[in-house]
Write a protein that binds this ligand. Structure first.
Ligand SMILES: O=C(O)Cc1cc(O)ccc1O
Ligand SMILES: [Fe+2]
Length: 459
């Protein structure tokens, strides 16, 4: 049996076999959410399942077990304190020992497979996955920095999948996962309920929250920023004022929905960089009610309120920050998630695309849709599903074609409306994995996009 206080229901056996996509779509079509970034949400899938007035009554309603899931130290300041109380059919503690399992293509900090490479690197999309590849099996690490054991740093992953996770659940002790679909929609069946994330939306799974991924299309592809550090938060707005950029109410958390499944379920955990697994005799996605602020959410990037110049010059892309994971140094992020969304360009006497620059931060960029204004579109260029890495202090910016076009362009107001790109910008160099360095889909000739930028200075 499965149930939800609202409408989400997972029919028995929905995870595998024919019709899985249709069933996942049906569920995704009737999902309900509860809005507000960082809010104290509360939800129950059965009336009366959520205790009132206390978190841990002597006997929780309906014979449920109460459990606290802490995403911050108990004593962190209230503004950044994260925890949720879960009321579940079985306590999470009742599980058999975890055993090491194959890491597949997942790698973790400390990233030591290759020496840090100062070169600008670019990749085509991942090749199609082998038949029967689920989201976890199709997770492929490009690189990263820091160390999950230090709770600092990040990893860049890509995924490609063509099968749902069947009786298989994943939870990441090493950090939160920001999932950026590029093609194909995902149904994320989590301990706290179900979310759908389609291209143009991003989803966040908090540290420790277990989930299964089903597909809303025959295949899915996208990116993941794994954040080992402090949970992503909304950036401060300073002189922008009380509104702008990503608005808190557009972040949607799920409502409670549980599955009461008594059959073997493989539960995979990533812990300090390695995958461990145990076979439970039930599904751990059995939370009937919950409340708190350590919650998954989905956000539609089209809701981002883009701010830019209305006079001259190209502002730094920090004005496009959706989410930031701060460090103890004011203004310095462990990692920022930045989006380049459709917008008007109106700058006068201005080179409008991204400028030539060298940056102490390291920049991984991906493309969700269309083209990016600093790079030539099309095959062999910066394409949806591909990615580029511009490491600390590497010189980059517009490619030759873009420079020539933008230097000569007539500066009338121009709408950039066919493109959705993003950046994971991080404080430490991103060290690539061996599989990313040696990948056949790496563009070995990337440097050539800056060849032929001619001297114009008179000799
Ligand atoms: O390199 C990039 O394309 C990202 C970027 C965009 C921009 O508008 C200004 C600086 C920057 O690093
Ligand atoms: Fe850059």
């Amino acid at each position: 049996m499965s149930g939800s206080g609202q409408t989400a229901r997972r029919p028995e056996g929905a995870a595998g076999g024919g019709g899985a996509v249709e069933r996942a779509r049906e569920i995704a079509g009737s999902l309900e959410y509860t809005g507000g970034f960082g809010n104290e949400h509360a939800s129950e899938a059965l009336p009366g399942a959520l205790p009132v007035g206390r978190n841990s009554p002597q006997r929780a309603p309906h014979g449920l077990y109460a459990e606290q899931l802490s995403g911050s130290a108990f004593t962190e300041p209230r503004a950044v304190n994260r925890r949720s109380w879960l009321y579940r059919i079985r306590p999470s503690a009742a599980h058999p020992p975890l055993h090491r399992t194959d890491n597949g293509k997942v790698r973790s900090g400390p990233f030591t497979e290759a020496i840090p490479d100062p070169n600008r690197l670019r990749w085509n999309p991942l090749p199609d996955p082998a038949p029967g590849t689920d989201w976890l099996a199709g997770l492929w690490t490009l690189g990263g920095n820091g160390d999950p054991a230090e709770r600092s740093g990040m990893a860049v992953h890509l995924y490609h999948a063509n099968a749902p996770m069947t009786d298989r659940v994943f939870g990441n002790s090493d950090g939160e996962l920001l999932i950026v679909p590029e093609s194909g929609g995902l149904l994320l069946v989590t301990e706290l309920g179900r979310l759908a994330a389609r291209p143009g939306e991003v989803a966040l799974i908090p540290r420790g929250v277990r989930f299964r991924v089903e597909l809303l299309d025959e295949r899915a592809r996208g990116y993941v920023c794994e954040n080992y550090g402090r949970p992503f938060q909304l950036p401060d707005l300073g002189p922008i004022g009380a509104n702008g950029l990503a608005h808190p109410r557009d972040f949607l958390a799920p409502v409670a929905a549980y599955e009461d499944v008594e059959r073997p379920v493989e539960v995979v955990t990533k812990y300090c960089g390695q995958l461990w697994a145990a076979t439970y005799d039930h599904s751990p996605l059995d939370v009937v009610a919950w409340h708190g602020n350590h919650v998954p959410y989905v956000y539609d990037l089209n809701r981002f309120n883009v701010i830019g110049t209305i006079s001259y010059d190209h502002p730094d892309p920090s004005i496009f920050t959706v989410l930031t994971s701060p460090t103890d140094t004011p203004g310095l992020a462990d990692v920022d998630f930045v989006v380049f969304a459709p917008r008007w360009l109106v700058g006068e006497d201005t080179f409008r695309p991204p400028y030539f620059h060298r940056n102490v931060m390291s920049e991984y960029m991906g493309l969700i849709q269309g083209a990016y204004d600093a790079k030539t579109a099309g095959e062999g260029g910066f394409v949806p599903g591909g990615g580029s890495l511009h490491p600390m202090m590497s010189a980059h910016g517009p490619d030759r074609e873009t420079f020539e076009r933008a230097s000569a362009a007539e500066l009338k107001p121009q709408k950039l409306d066919d493109g959705l790109a993003f950046m994971f910008e991080t404080r430490r160099p991103v060290v690539v994995t061996r599989q990313a360095a040696e990948a056949r889909h790496r563009q070995k000739e990337y440097d050539s996009v800056w060849q032929g930028l001619e001297r114009h200075f008179p000799s």
